[in-house]
Design a protein around this ligand. Structure first.
Ligand SMILES: *Cc1c(COP(=O)(O)O)cnc(C)c1O
Length: 399
């Protein structure tokens, strides 16, 4: 009982094993550098996994989103569009660059951005659109790409929930101008609590993101391992190395200890995701007869990796409001139910920017009823049964 409660009362992302410990120690024995050989290896394997030509490790998913928009040239006066139902980092990336951020309402089945409502929000100033592959299922990318081809904005995929998710055979993060990933402790794979990755097929964007990640440093020389070698830029004389800065940039680097763990996690990610998928299917099979619950909809052609398991509660039928359900599960059953996410137009940050409740009616209505069940790779059958039994207990079938 104690262990079941442990599985369900905390927030959990990935799991680590002895392989991660050994990989960390190996880097430690080599003086634990930042952005060294382990990072380069991690980037190489990550790009190969996603099917992109380039990947760059960064300090977190927020930095990945910020650098993507920066590389696309987003500046004050530009418009950036995303969904209101996401973690604030998606929208903050544009806002912190001074752009005007606006939202597109969500699809009532997948909870992702409703691509049918995107076109009316586009203006000539719209520089970027950030689809969020919410809970681990990709957005309708064909529709988005068709609009991009017509209107010419940049697509920045927020794939922070969706490492390994697939859309019509394509990996998340490989379909936009860039793909952004987070390895925060709660994500499907983690690099010691924080970390991120940007993927792209565009050499120009890659170069800009790589530069701004690390102070826009350029090193020219005959024998530098990690930098472009351009001997023509080498000053005359006896110098064999020369440093310049293209612009003022940032430090969004990842350390090699994190990258070494990331390499191991990446090699396990399909297995870790499969555990999530199996747990989710197990839950679905056993709660689908409960009245008043809407279970996740997986669109054909999608591989959903269940970062979270969304559940929509109809209070009139289930017999409990979302708030009462979250409260009762916590107080009476010791289970932490998530409420991801508070729509961003309900928050002070975006109300200060002119938004108000009621502006995105689908998101407004669903957010009153949407909860997320804890899904992570350490859930046992016993834990899952306890979770299922608890959901049933509060339903009309349990009374
Ligand atoms: C976690 C997350 C981010 C930000 O990632 P960090 O690594 O925490 O900076 C961005 N978008 C979404 C949807 C996320 O869940």
């Amino acid at each position: 009982m104690a262990s079941i409660k442990f599985e369900l009362e905390s927030k959990f992302g990935s799991i680590y094993g002895p392989e991660e410990q050994e990989a960390m120690l190996e880097v430690l024995r080599n003086n634990a550098p930042t952005s060294g050989d382990a990072c380069i290896q991690f980037e190489k394997e990550y790009a190969a996994y996603c099917g992109t030509t380039h990947a760059r490790a960064v300090s977190n998913g927020t930095a990945a989103l910020f650098l993507s928009l920066l590389a696309l040239g987003v500046k004050p006066g530009d418009r950036v569009l995303t969904t209101p139902l996401t973690w604030i980092a998606t929208a903050a990336a544009g806002a912190t660059l001074g752009a005007e951020v606006d939202f597109v309402d969500i699809d009532p089945l997948t909870y992702n951005m409703d691509m049918n409502k995107l076109e009316e929000k586009l203006t000539p100033n719209t520089k970027a659109v950030l689809p969020v592959h919410l809970y681990g299922q990709c957005c309708d990318m064909d529709a988005l790409i068709a609009l991009k081809n017509k209107h010419g904005f940049g697509i920045v995929e927020d794939a922070c929930h969706a490492i390994g998710a697939e859309y019509k055979g394509r990996k998340s993060g490989s379909m936009g101008a860039t793909g952004c990933f987070s390895f925060h402790e709660q994500k499907n794979m983690s690099t010691l609590g924080e970390g991120g990755m940007i993927t792209t097929n565009c050499p120009g964007l890659f170069e800009r993101m790589a530069l701004y990640r690390s102070h826009c440093t350029r090193v020219y020389g005959k024998s530098t391992k990690y930098c472009s070698l351009d001997e023509t830029k080498l000053p005359m004389g006896k110098r064999f190395w020369w440093q310049d800065f293209d612009d003022c940039g940032y430090n969004f680097r990842m350390t090699d200890i994190q990258a070494a763990v990331g390499i191991v996690q990446l090699r396990k990610i399909d297995q870790l995701n499969q555990l999530r998928i199996d747990s989710s299917n197990y839950i679905t099979e056993r709660i689908k007869d409960i009245p008043g619950l809407t279970l996740p909809t997986v669109t054909p052609g999608n591989k959903h990796v269940y970062h979270l398991y969304p559940l929509l509660i109809d209070p009139a039928v289930y017999g409990m409001t979302k708030d009462d359900f979250v409260w009762a599960m916590r107080e009476e059953r010791g289970i932490r139910i998530g409420t991801h996410y508070i729509p961003l137009h309900w928050t002070t940050a975006f109300q200060k920017r002119g938004f108000h409740r009621g502006q995105f009616p689908v998101a407004d209505a669903l957010a009153e009823r949407l909860v997320t069940l804890p899904i992570h790779p350490r859930l046992t059958e016993e834990g899952l049964d306890y979770l299922i039994d608890s959901i049933r207990h509060f339903s009309p079938l349990g009374k």
